[in-house]
Design a protein around this ligand. Structure first.
Ligand code: NAD
Ligand code: UDP
Length: 358
């Protein structure tokens, strides 16, 4: 009964709220796009838990119904199978816009075909298309929208397109950041940040921007190619851990509950951002492999493989802004978080078999 079509439209996604924020602080109506995915489903759990009404809009491209099935039957929960690049009319107070394939194997999906490539870029929404549509609505003025972006390093690209020699500026004619194999993701997010701020300045829409660093936890896709899920699944299946390149590249791994807390603080706070949300603890891939060995199987073998193109060598967030302005910092270390993910993976990989072999 709280939800009804607004009837207004720009012929695209129309999502908006009529209840001014501030008048209603409890029991908000919240849209989580991509809410059947890994991060989204944990966010949904928290929001439902605190008494909000949640609508998940998800096309189940990488998400799974199983991630949110425990809320089916709850009158405060609704799942709509829908692609966010297509129109939909909803009325809500807050939007967490998470819909987007987040792992390289998914966002590089069939990039050779023109149709798939276009589709891919749309899916990489919040690319221009879907993000624009979410924001381009009068009703948004009363609704706060959070964009899940990616670390700035990626947004600026792997190498500079210009260089200085003896004070002269040279412009290179290589592709660099704009057309590398990861560009559909990075450029989609970068465009989304630009549009978000244009809508904020131009229309006064309340927006928030989070730049999310590598996050892991239960409900990650088993075979999405990301390093933590790969290593954990490999160790459980007694396969070698595949370390790409020399394994000296670093990442900082954030447990999903820390990210969810950060996103909620960002939404409820007064600052637009962008905010880095990540765990500053930095690990090389070889160190990560070692933690996985210690946690799951000390005898797990390591196998070196060629690295992928454009792989960032180092990634560690500076979270001082989020600490100062949101009072947020991660609390779960890799050694604490990993076992929580392992039990979920064990269950999903072996199911009943585990009991049989035990
Ligand atoms: P995920 O793939 O588990 O979740 C994304 C969800 O969006 C899935 O449920 C998928 O089905 C849905 N989706 C994709 N395209 C859609 C579309 N066009 N319409 C409707 N639904 C669609 O990924 P995640 O790790 O939960 O990531 C959530 C968000 O956080 C993404 O925006 C991602 O880019 C961002 N992010 C994640 C990480 C990370 O390490 N997990 C890092 C940086 C940014
Ligand atoms: N990686 C690896 N083995 C794997 C998968 C990934 O060594 O099986 C490396 C990859 O080369 C990169 C890091 O792990 O340096 C993180 O990769 P991921 O795809 O998880 O995230 P992203 O590159 O987006 O940070």
């Amino acid at each position: 009964e709280e939800l009804h079509h607004s009837g207004f439209g720009f012929g695209h996604v129309n999502v908006g709220g009529r209840v001014p924020l501030g008048l209603k602080t409890k029991g908000l109506r919240i849209l989580v796009t991509g809410g059947a995915g890994f991060v989204g489903s944990h966010l949904v759990d928290r929001l439902i838990g605190r008494g909000d009404s949640v609508i998940v809009v998800d096309n189940l491209f990488t998400g799974r119904k199983e991630n949110v099935m425990h809320h089916f039957g709850n009158p405060r929960f609704e799942l709509i199978r829908h692609d966010v690049v297509e129109p939909i009319l909803l009325e809500v107070d807050q939007i967490y816009h998470l819909a987007c394939p987040a792992s390289p194997v998914h966002y590089k999906f069939n990039p050779g075909s023109q149709d798939q490539c276009g589709r891919n870029i749309e899916h990489v929404g919040p690319g221009e298309e879907s993000w624009c549509a979410v924001l381009a609505n009068e009703h948004q003025r009363r609704c706060t929208v959070i964009l899940c972006s990616t670390p700035r390093w990626r947004l600026t690209g792997a190498t500079s397109t210009q260089s200085f020699v003896n004070g002269i500026r040279y412009f290179s004619d290589t592709w660099h950041a704009s057309a590398g194999v990861r560009s559909c993701y990075d450029e989609g997010k970068r465009t989304a940040e630009t549009l978000t701020m244009d809508y904020h300045r131009g229309l006064g829409i309340e927006v928030r921007i989070a730049r999310i660093f590598n996050t892991y936890g239960p409900r990650m896709c088993l075979d999405d190619g990301r390093v933590v899920s790969n290593f954990v699944a490999q160790a459980l299946r007694k396969e070698p851990l595949t370390v790409y390149g020399d394994g000296k590249q670093t990442r900082s791994f954030q447990y999903v509950s820390d990210l969810v807390e950060g996103l909620m603080r960002l939404m409820e706070g007064e600052h637009v951002g962008p905010f880095n949300l990540g765990n500053p603890g930095e690990f090389t891939m070889l160190e990560l492999a070692q933690v996985v060995q210690e946690t799951i199987d000390p005898n797990a073998k390591i196998e070196f493989r060629a690295n992928t193109e454009d792989d960032p060598h180092k990634r560690k967030p500076d979270i001082s802004k989020a600490k100062d302005l949101l009072g947020w910092e991660p609390t779960v270390s890799l050694r604490e978080g990993l076992p929580l993910m392992v039990s979920d993976f064990r269950q999903r990989i072996f199911g009943d078999q585990k009991e049989d072999s035990a």
